[in-house]
Design a protein around this ligand. Sequence first.
Ligand SMILES: [Zn+2]
Length: 256
Amino acid sequence: MDLHLDEKLGEGYKSKSQKARVITETWTESNLYCPVCGSSHLMHCKVSSPVADFYCEHCHSEFEQKSENRVSLPKTLQGGAYSAMEARLKSEENPHLLILTYEDGKVNNLVMVPKHFFSMSVVEKRKPLKPTAKRAGWVGSHILLKDIPESGKIYIVKDGVEESPKMVLAKYIKTIPLKTTSLTSRGWLLDVLKCVERIPTKDFTLADVYAFISDLEKKHPGNSHINDKIRQQLQVLRDKGFIVFVGRGKYRKIVV
Ligand SMILES: [Zn+2]
């Protein structure tokens, strides 16, 4: 993998964002393997599909790429129209997300967020555009990357260094049990996983997770059985191989 970007490709494009798109997407097409199945390269979607930019001929996975000229991963990303984001998440059409950050003509970070890590909990509704705006009343969205569990941010390149493809595939495989068909149950599962990850120690207690109750209440307003929900989701995380029950309200994280 050559982390240098070919900036000459941007010549002839007026808009900065178009330049960046051509340069970074060409880089991905020439350098990236499929992080889902390990196939040696990804195909660029030539006929513009509404959301996907790349696909894998081998496993048919689809990827959308967002790139930013900055050193580290941003906390939030610009999403599309809120209603379109909601429809996308409910359908099976949602692609995996690739986030590429670059600086001084080099790729600094490339992260894959598998599609099953997206729930409405990480999509923030923006205020409608003012009546004076061109698209008055239009409601956009933000993707709250900071609220996505760390297990769902699989680094392919980190701080300017390529990660081992074997490790990337292993990390992806670990996330497969988290696939759920219901968007609501996915939201709860991922939000509780995020709370577990925020506990700094490997061993933790039920009380450590209950410390995040007010955050979960904000994400799921109107649910009066948060404690029950937390215990239930911890069981699901145990069944899916993310934690083990040590006994008497004590738990341990399983780290890849
Ligand atoms: Zn593939």
